[in-house]
Design a binder for this molecule. Structure first.
Ligand code: ZN
Ligand code: ZN
Length: 408
């Protein structure tokens, strides 16, 4: 019996689950793995699932799909739009939507597994499939690694994965080298001395300290980074004080930092720390500021040789011109932890989910940014076909490229 992939996609789309709560999704996956005769384990890194197809000697290829959805109210107007609700980590009741397309990732992966199981006489080696929770928290991959997924399954020779994106359906976007940025989230607490708003001379004002710090942080990208390089320093949150006539004792800043590689990361982090400390000192702070790293995502770096090889395989399978270089994305991903931890190459590609005609029309009008909803938008709605079939084919082509030939 073959899997009805379109029905599966619609079912997953209607039942999205927040990060680390993907229990129904994991159950659907487990049922299909059972039906396909694939050996698997559940509950890895809380809600993760991993399985293995052993098919003789040869390379071990890891295929990864993420499973989680987002607290976004779906506004696509689709007949199968989500009306689901969930509870976020703060205990709030929130709408839930597959606004990043991870339902497409899971469906395409199950379709690819079905094809790989049906064609074991055409390849040899081992396929390990990883259904990862909580990509949107940036912590699901590390949770699975901490729970021993690299020891419980054959170690990879290469890690492969894909993400649906607002490119025309049919198109694949991939580049060797840095594909997605590294990212850190920092919380900076500036410590002053509180007092009466009428007597500033008796205080150390953290509001002024914060204002100067935010402004000076802007000079990292504009004055200290080579204009040919990419970096982002965003202060997304600033909090201090409760009332106009009280000078508060502290101010909190939340920063989102992005960069293409570890070298740039070290450089930007050093500059942020230098400025934060220096501005505190300039304000006469009696205690140094406290800088806490809330999360770290490594850059998603595609192995250049493996990417060249895979691009050629995609061109052969889908025709010249299917693969484009989408440039580096300033978004971030946690997929590369699996490859980094195992010390093996990674190739992570994007595949299009937008109706090609709608895309061409928006492109001609110069309105792609306005008319084509991106991931995380309440209007994000990949067309089911040819997105799904291309996603299945891409995974099969990629896996087969790095698996071995059948024993003679
Ligand atoms: Zn996302
Ligand atoms: Zn995503």
């Amino acid at each position: 019996m073959t899997i009805d992939l379109e029905a599966l996609y619609i079912d997953l789309h209607r039942h999205p689950e927040l990060s680390f709560q993907e229990t129904r999704t994991a159950g659907v996956i487990a049922q299909h793995l059972t039906d396909l005769g694939i050996e698997f384990e559940e509950g890895i890194g809380k809600t993760g699932v991993a399985g293995v197809i052993r098919n003789g000697d040869g390379p071990v290829v890891w295929l990864r799909a993420d499973m989680d959805a987002l607290p976004v109210p779906e506004q696509t107007g689709l007949e199968y739009a989500s009306t689901a609700r969930g509870t976020d980590p703060a205990g709030n009741d929130v709408p839930v939507m597959h606004a990043c397309g991870h339902d497409m990732h899971v469906t395409a992966m199950l379709g690819a597994l079905e094809r790989l199981v049906a064609s074991t006489d055409e390849w040899s080696g081992t396929v390990v499939v990883v259904f990862q929770p909580a990509e949107e928290y940036g912590s699901g991959a590390q949770a699975m690694i901490a729970d021993g997924v690299l020891d419980r399954f054959p170690k990879p020779d290469i890690v492969l994965g894909q993400h649906v994106t607002p490119l025309p359906a049919g198109t694949i976007g991939v580049r060797g080298g840095t594909q997605m940025a590294a990212s850190d989230g920092l919380t900076v607490t500036l410590l002053g001395r509180g007092g009466h708003g009428s007597r500033p001379q008796a205080t150390i004002d953290p509001v002024v300290m914060a204002a100067a710090t935010v402004m000076r942080l802007q000079t990292i990208v504009s004055r200290e980074i080579d204009p040919r390089d990419v970096a982002v320093v965003t202060v997304g949150s600033i909090h201090a004080g409760l009332k106009n006539n009280i000078i508060p004792a502290e101010a909190k800043l939340e920063l989102s930092l992005r960069y293409p590689d570890d070298e740039a990361r070290a450089a930007v982090l050093e500059k942020v720390e230098r400025i934060v400390r220096a501005e505190a000192q300039a304000s006469g702070a009696e205690e140094p500021p406290v800088i806490v790293t809330d999360h770290t995502l490594p850059p998603t770096i595609n192995d250049v040789a493996a990417t060249t090889r895979l691009t050629a395989a995609f061109d052969t399978a889908f025709g010249e011109g299917t693969v484009i270089d989408p440039g580096m994305f300033t978004g971030s991903e946690d997929v590369s932890w699996f490859a980094r931890e195992a010390g093996v190459p990674l190739v992570y590609w994007f595949w299009g989910g937008v109706d090609p005609e709608a895309f061409a029309k928006a492109f001609a009008a110069g309105t792609v940014e306005h008319d084509i909803p991106t991931n995380h938008s309440p209007f994000f709605a990949p067309v089911i076909q040819p997105t799904l079939s291309r996603g299945v084919d891409a995974l099969v082509v990629a896996a087969r490229e790095f698996l071995g030939a059948p024993a003679a």
